[in-house]
Design a binder for this molecule. Structure first.
Ligand SMILES: Cc1cc2nc3c(=O)[nH]c(=O)nc-3n(C[C@H](O)[C@H](O)[C@H](O)COP(=O)(O)OP(=O)(O)OC[C@H]3O[C@@H](n4cnc5c(N)ncnc54)[C@H](O)[C@@H]3O)c2cc1C
Length: 386
């Protein structure tokens, strides 16, 4: 059997397990949890029970093996059922940095023990002033005896209230324009550490995970909480960010398809002039265009994921996949809203509720413009524009 067939077999097995779960935890459950803010712990527990958190963890650590490809398939399959699982990718971004650079103790606790769903992480990079520019972050970790003192502020941190620890980026040396990527360090800090304060943001995006401002005030960080070596945090982040782009692409592929399926179902029965609106070309074409764009983005995403797993990725495919999947998903959601007419805006119909997530992904985790900057610079050899 070729490597590809193996991957396809594992991917298929993951999809079947996910389908069994999404038959019990459906879109109605997801939206209800998003509206009531009551979290999706039961879903998380079911995923753990079905051993989905062992996917992508090496067999020698007790995992099922496989790579990012199977994890992207998992996210896509959940999103196909209308359940884009933000908390799962969040944990995977952190997990990839820990697997690659963590100490044996960190790997044991945050990867091996976490396979049963008992340990959750959030990912704290963004700061109010720095925004997209990670080099401009101001949170600092100052060396003291036995550890560091962490001070600063993070913003938009998803699921910080559900996390046991955060993977946080802070400066351990001032910004040096001659060595831009140096001086940033990563720490795995338990959320129970004194000096961490959370303030919830009021974000309306119909997703169960909440977002927080995090205030870090003289948080005593132990030496052993640092991930890898001091000052090398940015290089460790790169792997996580590429993982993030492909998982988000997978989420957009599934979510876009979910929107198209919903639109087609409605277009077949809605008939204000006697003929179902799905018979009109003006209704068909946006849906057909979005379908074609999703299919193209899907081919690119899985190709990039397989290259990532094979160690042959050059860093360009991940960004392109996120860009195209995000745009195709937004086109699908826009078409779904248009097909539903005024009924799209009735909360109970759960159509306008698809839009904020699809729109946000044009901006986060990395905005489309920044991805285009990278493509222009790295793939086309044009000058760096920012
Ligand atoms: C719901 C939600 C969840 C989030 N979860 C997390 C999380 O868990 N952890 C975390 O760390 N962060 C998280 N974020 C933060 C998210 O990643 C940031 O919002 C994003 O990185 C952009 O930063 P900013 O919002 O400050 O935008 P800014 O940096 O202010 O950018 C604003 C706009 O300017 C343009 N722009 C910026 N830079 C460039 C450039 N170089 N070239 C061209 N155009 C540019 C883009 O159009 C961009 O949308 C989340 C955000 C939201 C809203």
């Amino acid at each position: 059997m070729t490597i590809i067939e193996n991957v396809l077999e594992r991917e298929q097995a993951v999809r079947e397990v996910v389908r069994e779960i999404t038959q019990r935890f459906d879109r109605k459950y997801f939206l209800d949890r998003a509206l009531t803010g009551s979290g999706t712990r039961e879903l998380w527990n079911e995923m753990a029970k079905a051993e989905l958190f062992t996917v992508g963890v090496p067999e020698e650590l007790g995992g099922q093996g496989g790579g990012l490809t199977e994890c992207v398939a998992l996210v896509e399959e959940m999103s196909l059922a209308g359940l884009p699982p933000m908390i799962y990718p969040l944990n995977l971004y952190a997990r990839s940095a820990i697997l690659n650079h963590g100490s044996p103790e960190q790997i044991q606790h945050y990867v091996v023990d976490a396979m049963d769903g008992s340990v959750a992480l959030c990912f704290a990079v963004t700061e109010p002033d720095a925004g997209t520019n990670t080099f401009a972050i101001r949170s600092t970790a100052k060396k003291v005896d036995g550890g560091y003192l962490l001070n600063g502020q993070k913003v938009f941190i998803s699921a910080a209230d559900e996390a046991d620890a955060m993977l946080v980026v802070a400066r351990t040396a001032p910004f040096d324009p001659a060595h831009k990527t140096a001086g940033l360090s990563l720490f795995l800090v338990p959320m129970s550490a004194p000096g961490i304060e959370l303030k919830q943001l009021d974000i309306r995006w119909y997703v169960p995970e909440k977002q927080f401002e995090i205030f870090l005030d003289d948080v005593e960080v132990k030496d052993e909480w640092m991930l890898g070596e001091e000052g090398k945090g940015f290089s460790y982040l790169v792997d996580s960010l590429n993982t993030e782009r492909l998982l988000i692409a997978g989420m957009m592929l599934g979510f876009g398809q979910y929107a198209i399926d919903r639109a087609v179902e409605y277009a077949k029965v809605r008939a204000p002039f006697g003929t179902p609106i799905g018979a009109y070309q003006a209704v068909q074409h946006p849906l057909a265009t979005a379908q074609a764009e999703l299919k193209a983005a899907r081919a690119l995403t899985f190709e990039a994921a397989r290259q990532f797993d094979a160690g042959s990725a050059d860093g360009s495919g991940e960004g392109m996949a996120k860009l195209l999947a995000a745009k195709a998903c937004l086109a699908a959601v826009e078409a779904c809203i248009q097909v539903h007419g005024g009924h799209a805006f009735v909360l109970d119909n759960d159509v306008i509720t698809l839009w904020p997530l699809a729109r946000l992904i044009q901006i986060a985790p990395l905005n489309n413009e920044s991805i285009l900057n990278q493509i222009a610079e790295r793939s086309l050899g044009l000058p760096r524009s920012f």
